[in-house]
Write a protein of this length. Sequence first.
Length: 435
Amino acid sequence: MNRLGKTCPFGSVDPPGSYPPVRNACRSCREVAAPIPTNGAGNPAARERKGTAFPLGEPRRAAILCPVTSFADLSLLPSLLGTLAELGLTEPTRVQREAIPPQLAGRGVVAVSETGSGKTLAFALPMLHQLKALEAGGDAVDSASRPRGLVLVPGRELGEQVCKVFKSLTHDTRLRVRSVLGGTKKQRARQNVGGMFEVLVATPGRLQQFLDSGELRLDDLRALVLDEADSLLAVDFLPVVRQVVAASPASARLALFAATFPAAYEETVAQLFGGDPVRVRSGQALETLTTINRNVTEEQRFEALGKVLAQDPEVPTLLFANTRQQCERLAAWLGEQGVAFGNYRGQMDATERRQSLAAFRRGELRLLVTTDLGGRGLDLEGLERVINVFLPQDLEDYLHRAGRTARAGRPGTVVNLVTKRDLPLLRQIQGLGRR
């Protein structure tokens, strides 16, 4: 029986723990889940492993299992609920409904959800809630260059977008968000982290520089998020991820978010968490996404592309290729047709890349030629179409590309130019709809 005299259909709830009280249960049950601890040292009974912050025994269940239909059901701090209301956000998406409660209850989370489903908000809200609750309880940040929340991202553009989301939520909480991102001047990054702040958004290489120099410390970290975790756990970034985890307190809550998550990473996840995190998977098929497959030969590829573009010439479109050489071939063909376009790929000047992206966002350019660099992390509001001029070899890369459109419930179209080489991937794509 809960405090309303009703039986929760999802099972019993443990009594409140001995930590300073922070409400985390949904209002449909009115029970209290395990509150967030102040720190690992102040909670000697806490499990010393990543992703947990509970007394020994089974984790609290209410905040994870009770139904959530609105942000108010999550019992977030009033300052956050007020900000969400001002932004016109009242109903959480599926990944937010499933991933926020366990984080509020101190659990480690691995969340896999399609791009555009609201993953950034799904980790930003519980992090801000946790850090503001500490401050409200008299435990405010009192030293420089020691963040309490860290979001690790694979690239600068994604980092800038994550910062933008966090800052949009801090109008009332007054929590400070800083960044150290690759591609920015080191002196500017140094100024960003020279004072006291709560949240840091960082790319691996630049963060490693500041950790190695002692200009940043993670010994007061309470929450660590790996965004686009499938990229961060790849061989290039994994050593930095391990360094970050090792430099953080054992009690710091860990969360991984990604649009795709290969099974090959499961052993790494087990090592990072030291146990079983809460798993959230909200599906990979987008209900508002239309997929069109056009069979072509190599010689017909650009002719077919021209016909697709001619059908809707004013629709903002990402044109995907796999390599620099393919991008150059595509760019040469577009130039021959007299079509205006921009480039966005890794092997080009960063300033030019950012200028092309800005022009595309402003609507000055309708076409943007890109590689898988543009398939990860770019949030292009209202993008209506993606064309895979050259399909990738991996399903994960395809899903990231497709996820640039049909975001947040909006309609979108993916057009695939399919050659015989692409048939194995096409069978995998078609199989998604039957799962």
